[in-house]
Design a protein around this ligand. Structure first.
Ligand SMILES: C[S@@+](CC[C@H](N)C(=O)[O-])C[C@H]1O[C@@H](n2cnc3c(N)ncnc32)[C@H](O)[C@@H]1O
Length: 242
């Protein structure tokens, strides 16, 4: 997958791109991430890309020409059907379902806003997929773009060490419940023991226990995720969850 980031602050990305899974995915050629400075497409001798809002009011607005022209230039370079995502608190909310949709395209262009956001004509002309990472306002779209990339690359085949990991994650897989509780060594710490069943070696019983845990946790914390038509798994007796 190719990812093009359009931003006024390209310096925010190198640290993030050069660490952990994303760095491995890049060096193995699974993801090609390119960062572009929108100022490159400014017509102003001082590389200004913002201006005061018509009608008055506080703050500055990102001008239409450099933004539209930057996207057009990236689209020409890519040579494939790119999905343009514009980060905005006014967009549809990012969920695992949206992430799965984005992970299925060959190229993503992520447009990061700043200041008061974009001139409306950017949206009217480019018709981007407007995405919000939550009901709060950030200073800019860069952190939102990192959130999108972070979630999307987990779903690219070969990026995670174990292919099943992302299928078992919260919000993923067939039922989209929260993930079950996980444990590792030591078997006991300050009187808190690992549930016996996880040490039993009985894989079927472990799978049933995990499904039941997952259901209970979802019911207690996020009942809105449960399908009212689906019946709960019939497994271990109900226990209080941490
Ligand atoms: C200060 S915000 C502008 C907010 C805008 N004036 C409004 O009220 O909708 C500047 C930029 O940060 C990004 N941003 C802020 N909050 C966001 C969110 N919840 N999700 C995605 N992007 C966000 C957008 O790219 C936005 O253009």
């Amino acid at each position: 997958m190719r990812v093009d980031l359009l931003t006024l602050f390209p310096g925010m990305f190198p640290g993030y791109l050069e660490q952990s899974l994303l760095n491995k995915a890049r060096t193995r050629g699974l993801v090609d991430v390119r960062v572009h400075d929108i100022r490159q497409w400014s017509r102003d001798k001082h590389h200004k890309v913002d201006d005061r809002p018509f009608g008055g009011g506080p703050g500055m607005v990102l001008r239409v020409e450099p933004v539209v022209e930057s996207v057009e230039a990236i689209r020409q370079q890519g040579g494939q059907a790119a999905r343009l995502v514009l980060l905005t608190p006014q967009g549809r909310r990012l969920t695992q379902g949206v992430v799965e949709e984005l992970a299925s395209v060959p190229q993503l262009i992520l447009l990061c806003g700043r200041y008061e956001g974009f001139d409306q004509r950017v949206i009217d002309i480019l018709q981007p997929d407007e995405i919000s990472i939550g009901d709060y306002v950030l200073n800019g779209g860069e952190v939102g773009a990192m959130v999108v990339i972070d979630a999307v690359i987990r779903l690219i085949p070969g990026v995670l060490g174990h292919a099943g990991s992302s299928r078992e994650d919260s919000f993923s897989g067939g039922n989209r419940w929260l993930e079950f509780a996980q444990y590792t060594r030591p078997r006991e710490y300050r009187g808190h023991a690992v549930p016996e069943i996880l040490l039993s070696g009985d894989h079927q019983a472990i799978a049933r226990w995990r499904q039941e845990q997952s259901y209970q946790k979802t019911q207690q914390r996020r009942a809105d995720l449960l399908d009212p038509a689906a019946s709960p798994p019939d497994a271990a007796p109900r226990k209080e969850l941490p």
